[in-house]
Design a protein around this ligand. Structure first.
Ligand code: DX5
Ligand code: ZN
Length: 231
């Protein structure tokens, strides 16, 4: 089977009700989420603090799709095994987080996970190109990481460069930050296939009113799929 470049919507639970993660995860999956995106922040690499390995491990039994863990921490390497034990399917580390990104990607795969490499908006596409054979995904940040609800930064030129370099290799391009039905077609047309969205998925809904999550996910997917078709 050829590599799946259809649009995957990955709601970020950073925008969920923090007192109710189990129900929130089940609700977004029931409403069409393809992956569940978990934002790990350390108050050092980014100015915000979220979940550690025990919290991620507690999310795992609720995730029936794909648990996509985005590490915004430095250093990364001492924690790779803990996130493998917590049940991450994808583990993504930032290229800016340390001097030995090749080792990080190798260790991630050796621990049985898919390896992602993330680029901050200020980091050029070229930083990812020598890493492609060690990566299952490149995450092009479309905001500076740290918080949900920020304004989209246009990284379409960077996405295009990485997409062209990937060719037919089985590597996803993910985008994260400010993705909604307006920005989704732009990044999909440029070559992104995995779209993280926090506020645009959870806005207006709740576990008691989960149909809104479904409408939000469907709107992002429809806009992105239309953009992909024009590529
Ligand atoms: C940003 C996080 C994102 C964030 C996206 O640091 O990595 O995953 O939650 O949130 P929105 O979609 O609201 O920009
Ligand atoms: Zn993220």
């Amino acid at each position: 089977m050829s590599f799946d470049r259809s649009i995957k919507i990955a709601p970020s639970i950073l925008s969920a009700d923090f007192a109710n993660f189990g129900q929130e995860i089940r609700a977004i999956e029931a409403q069409g989420a393809d992956w569940v995106h978990v934002d790990v922040m350390d108050g050092h690499f980014v100015p915000n603090l979220t979940f550690g390995p025990p919290a991620v491990k507690a999310f795992r039994p609720h995730v029936k799709t794909v648990m996509d863990v985005h590490l915004m921490i430095a250093p990364v390497d001492p924690y790779i095994e803990a996130y493998a034990e917590a049940g991450a399917d994808f583990l993504t580390a930032h290229v800016e987080a340390g001097p030995h990104i090749h080792r990080t990607l190798q260790a991630t795969r050796a621990a049985g996970m898919k390896a992602g490499v993330a680029l901050n908006p200020g980091t050029p596409a070229e930083a990812a190109l020598p890493l492609l054979d060690l990566a299952d995904m490149v995450l092009v940040m479309t905001v500076n990481p740290g918080f949900g609800g920020q304004k989209f930064l246009d990284m379409t030129a960077k996405i295009r460069t990485i997409r062209a370099a990937i060719g037919d290799r089985p590597i996803h391009i993910q985008v994260d930050g400010g993705i909604d039905p307006v920005t989704a077609p732009l990044v999909a047309e440029a070559g992104a296939d995995s779209l993280v969205a926090g506020s645009a998925v959870f806005r207006g809904g709740s576990v008691d009113n989960p149909g809104v999550y479904g409408e939000n996910i469907a709107a992002i997917r429809a806009a992105a799929t239309a953009g992909q078709k024009t590529a």
